[in-house]
Design a protein around this ligand. Structure first.
Ligand code: ZN
Length: 159
């Protein structure tokens, strides 16, 4: 009986293996840095200007990663959509369920929901910006400057 023919890895998986071999920042590091509001490229706490709560640095002062991109409102809108979704799921739905099950009164639920709709997104702002940046680099880790591979002339660096 002939030995089983071992299939060659698909082109995509061979490509993923090749990408993984030169990446300095792994996806696990991107996730941990994103969850802790750190720069996905260097891991420093440099996403926000020091002494401020809401002001995002245009670039990481430590490694130069562009955090705030000019003419790219998608990063802001994406993070605000994330913020809205998390507020809804983590804060407003539990209040609704508490009121529905008569654990808290309707007036209390309205007041809590009204105040929470303002306070919770403000407190979650930093994380939503960081998580959205993390989301981008999870799918495109080779776009991080630390993970840039030398691109042969004439080849698209986004491939
Ligand atoms: Zn950095």
């Amino acid at each position: 009986m002939p030995p089983p023919v071992r299939a060659r890895p698909a082109v995509a998986s061979r490509r993923a293996l090749a990408l993984a071999s030169w990446m300095k920042v792994t996806r696990v590091q991107i996730v941990t840095r994103g969850l802790t509001n750190c720069c996905p490229n260097c891991g420093e706490r440099t996403l926000f200007k020091s002494g401020t709560f809401f002001q995002v640095n245009k670039e990481c002062p430590s490694c130069g990663l562009k955090i705030e991109r000019a003419n790219d409102e998608g990063f802001f809108l994406g993070s605000m959509s994330l913020n809205y979704g998390v507020t809804l799921v983590v804060f407003l739905v539990p209040i609704l369920l508490l009121a529905y099950n008569k654990i808290i009164g309707t007036t209390a639920a309205i007041v809590l929901a009204g105040l929470g709709s303002i306070v919770f997104p403000a407190l979650f702002y930093r994380s939503s910006r960081s998580w959205w940046l993390m989301n981008y680099y999870i799918f495109l880790p080779h776009h991080l400057p630390a993970n840039k591979a030398p691109v042969p002339p004439g080849q698209d660096e986004n491939l």
